[in-house]
Ligand binder design. Sequence first.
Ligand SMILES: [Zn+2]
Length: 317
Amino acid sequence: MIRRSFIAALAFAAALPLTAWAEAPLKVVATTGMIADAARQVGGDQVEVKGLMGPGVDPHAYRQTRTDIVAMTRADLILWHGLYLEAQMEDFFHDLGRKRNVVAVAEGVDPAKLRAHDDYADKYDPHVWMSPVLWRDVVVEVQKALTEARPEAAEVFAANTQTFLAEMDQLEAYGARALAAVPEDNRVLVTAHDAFGYFGAEYGYEVLGIQGISTQSEAGLNRIGELVDTLVNKQLTAVFVESSVSDRSMRALIEGAAAKSHDVGVGGELYSDAMGEPGTYEGTYIGMLDHNITVIAGALGADVPGRGMNGKLSAGF
Ligand SMILES: [Zn+2]
């Protein structure tokens, strides 16, 4: 009896580390919330994801903290956006890539699909998450990186990716419907910085940012004057603030329009470069875009479901 339980205990002890190893989730670190969400959707219970940039954090200005570095040295896989989004961490990631498994997931998007811009002559607009069509390509890059890091889970990653892409198709269809319901003259999106270029291209909206592609560029008084004239000339009455950018220049714009006796109000707060609170619907990629689409379409005059495409928005239009 004693002998039998001893053998059983031995077998149990021997089996434990093996089981623990097989089931230990892959440790993934992701820079933006959008990439962290893609890794969670694709990875499911095979991954443990740590996102470095929380709600309201501006990726153009972000620098790695000590805690971030510790997390990255312990990670099996590090996902960053690239395309010069994390401008302050560019050198850091290039260095880290020599020692660790580091992937710039947005740099896998075909350059023919990317927008050039004036801020940096040799670089592309990094805000690809604003188009669910383009973001599909990034999700597939995340799938590739996870599969390479854990080939034995390839089928799970492929199935999860398909489920997520199907949700993104729904989002895309909802966006097309809601945004096409806005009167044509109102299809102008005025925001704090130029993050919505792909969104505008996707849905046929003119997009005007006070600041350029990066929040690090200065918003000149000339630019504000120009935008005030556009608001007055086009009789636009709604502008949008962003959760990760100060609304100071937006207030200057509204005051500038008021000085010309043209009433402009804030149509709502959009998630441009960061998602909502973790654990909320807006803290997911689908929820973030549902929020933006619903708020923009509603504020510019379309009849939209107040709580968005899934009825899940906490503060919809
Ligand atoms: Zn941005």
